[in-house]
Write a protein that binds this ligand. Structure first.
Ligand SMILES: *Cc1c(COP(=O)(O)O)cnc(C)c1O
Length: 363
């Protein structure tokens, strides 16, 4: 997997220009920056001007805390346990408090108070009753209140309005200094949804969850595997596990070194296509653990050689297309592929298309 760090920076700048200077763009880098590697992604975002990060848990927060100055905020989506109070305090970490006891603990003991409000997602967050209980028991006003939309990728879904109305009403009770409702897709729901801070994950990593046309985001990843074997298959012969593909004529088949161990979904068998140069090579048969077969019938013989790069995600093969065909979502694909493939990085701020070179066969 090739990761274009400059595209991440460009997407951050694009989001900033969309929301304007009254709204901060925070980066959500949970799950190791959606599988792309926090250690390299976070410095790029920092350099691009990002000053607030959301991570999944304490372990991820500690991975980046020492590399960031204390003025950079790190919010931990998992909240806080009683026995973690000291480490949150000494490392200036803010739990996103979605349970009443977390909120009370943080309000009494921590410098930064971030509340999560439950407006219709049914996952963490204080309910109306808990917001009132909090107000009753704690004098302090939160620094930030957040909530999360369930249907932001569908601008006409009325759930968005309902959640927004609830969010505004709950904020009126606790009076937070800043408010945040939008993740990536909600940036395109318009200014009414931006409030003081948007929390962007997917969009930074090039995923167009809102389905905006033309896609305003720069693609961040490219997935390229190596052709490991080329063979002739006769009419009537089968390919791969369960004989799910049978040749209807004499065919040239390529075995590509990419399988579900590298994050290619098993459900992509027989339904996606790769590219060799500009030529389409449909996947045939099931995806195996380390390999998948492609049909090379339409690929010129001179490109059908071992070691040849085979592209599965790239400029003309969007990750969204693979996700749809394999009955999953781009976020899941991204983190599975990112976490399991070897990753190469282009350096930020350097125009270097074609960075990827087919590599010598590794042992
Ligand atoms: C994951 C997450 C986000 C980021 O969502 P994207 O749609 O990927 O931008 C924002 N807020 C919360 C609470 C999240 O869990």
């Amino acid at each position: 997997m090739q990761v274009d760090l400059s595209a991440i920076a460009a997407n951050f700048h694009h989001l900033r220009s969309l929301v304007g200077s009254d709204t901060e763009v925070a980066a959500v880098v949970k799950s190791d920056a959606y599988g792309l590697g926090m250690n390299l992604v976070v410095p790029v975002l920092l350099e691009a001007g990002c000053r607030t990060f959301f991570v999944a848990n304490l372990r991820e927060a500690m991975q980046i805390r020492t590399r960031l100055t204390s003025s950079v905020r790190i919010n931990i989506l998992a909240g806080i346990e009683d026995n973690e109070l000291d480490v949150y305090r000494s490392y200036r970490l803010a739990p996103v408090c979605g349970r009443l006891q977390d909120a009370i603990l943080a309000a009494r003991k921590l410098p930064e108070l971030v509340l999560s409000l439950e407006t219709g997602f049914s996952r963490f967050g204080l309910t109306f009753a808990e917001v009132r209980a909090f107000k009753h028991r704690v004098r302090r006003e939160p620094d930030l209140a957040v909530s999360h939309l369930a249907c932001a990728d569908d601008p006409i879904d009325t759930t968005n309005r309902m959640q927004r109305d609830r969010f505004v009403a709950m904020c009126q009770i606790v009076n937070p200094r800043r408010r945040s409702l939008a993740a990536s897709a909600a940036v395109w729901l318009g200014q009414n949804y931006h409030f003081n801070l948007v929390r962007a994950g997917s969009a930074l990593f090039g995923l167009n969850n809102a389905g905006v046309e033309p896609n305003p985001l720069r693609p961040v990843v490219q997935l390229i595997a190596r052709l490991a074997e080329v063979r002739a298959v006769h009419c009537g012969e089968v390919v791969g596990y369960a004989a799910s593909f049978r040749a209807t004529r004499s065919m040239r088949i390529g075995i590509v070194a990419l399988g579900y161990a590298q994050g290619l979904p098993w459900s992509a068998g027989n339904v996606i296509a790769a590219l060799i140069g500009a030529y389409k090579a449909p996947v045939v048969g099931r995806v195996a653990m380390e390999y998948v077969a492609v049909d090379l019938s339409d690929v010129p013989a001179k490109l059908c050689t071992e070691g040849q790069p085979v592209e599965f995600i790239g400029p003309s093969l969007p990750i969204e297309t693979m996700a749809r065909a394999a009955h999953t979502i781009p976020q899941e694909l991204l983190i599975r592929l990112g976490a399991n493939c070897r990753r190469h990085y282009t350096q930020p701020c350097r125009d270097a298309p074609g960075f990827w070179q087919p590599q010598a066969r590794s042992p």
